[in-house]
Design a protein around this ligand. Structure first.
Ligand SMILES: [Zn+2]
Length: 44
């Protein structure tokens, strides 16, 4: 899940699974689709 957080008067988008921060919500969503930390059950 991606959450928006404000820091230094900017909005950042954080991947909750691994904690990475993005300044672009599209980047964050794209990362989330490929983030291994979110759902390790699909790894085989
Ligand atoms: Zn992630």
């Amino acid at each position: 899940m991606v959450t928006a957080t404000e820091r230094d008067e900017m909005t950042w988008y954080q991947c909750e699974a691994c904690g990475l921060l993005f300044d672009d919500p599209d980047d964050a969503e794209q990362h989330e689709e490929h983030c291994d930390a979110e759902d390790p059950s699909y790894l085989q």
